[in-house]
Design a protein around this ligand. Structure first.
Ligand SMILES: [Zn+2]
Ligand SMILES: [Zn+2]
Length: 176
């Protein structure tokens, strides 16, 4: 399973403004108990800041989703793009704990100077998931009458309703 944790111990010894770039290409990143971003690839730029590392990253991958119209599973292409500062929690040369950033919800570099890029990608990929997944814009969905997947088989139901309307119309006309 993916390990997108970067050891930034060396990088944190560099001056503020120092940069580094990484490409990554991983088989899979779990997003939740059921969801997997797989495969995923992307690019990250690290910039040393006063408090830690500013990460600008883009990641792309596929997530298995169930179409809300035809109920069939398909792969949704997800793109996560973000810029986040990861804060050091331990001083890189002194080894002493650093004050926690005031905001909650910030990304932290752990006491072993590991920056978990996977955690940030996970959060942003979840945000990028569609609220109403659809396998394709032209998905015809299931027939509400017979349940047939209209993408695979046109069912007779539509024609029947038309026929019924025609029959009613004919009856109405014949009444005259
Ligand atoms: Zn569909
Ligand atoms: Zn039908």
């Amino acid at each position: 399973m993916t390990d997108l944790r970067f050891n930034v111990a060396q990088f944190l010894r560099e001056h503020v403004g120092a940069r580094r770039q990484y490409d990554f290409d991983e088989p899979a990143l779990p997003l939740s108990d059921e969801l997997l971003l797989a495969p995923l690839r992307g690019h990250a730029k690290f910039t040393r800041t006063k408090n830690g590392v500013l990460v600008a990253a883009q990641a792309e991958g596929k997530v298995r989703q169930v179409c809300g119209r035809c109920l069939i599973e398909y792969d949704e292409q997800i793109r996560a793009e973000f810029e986040e500062e990861f804060f050091s929690t331990v001083h890189v040369t002194l080894g002493t704990p650093l004050p926690k950033p005031e905001e909650n919800d910030v990304f932290l570099i752990d006491e072993n100077h590991l920056l978990d890029l996977g955690e940030a990608i996970r959060e942003y990929a979840l945000l990028a998931l569609p609220i109403a997944p659809v396998c394709s814009d032209i998905c015809q969905g299931l027939c509400p009458l017979c349940g047939t997947n209209r993408n695979e088989n046109p069912c007779e139901c539509v024609d029947q309703t038309v026929d019924e309307r025609m029959a009613i119309l004919k009856r109405l006309l014949n009444q005259d």
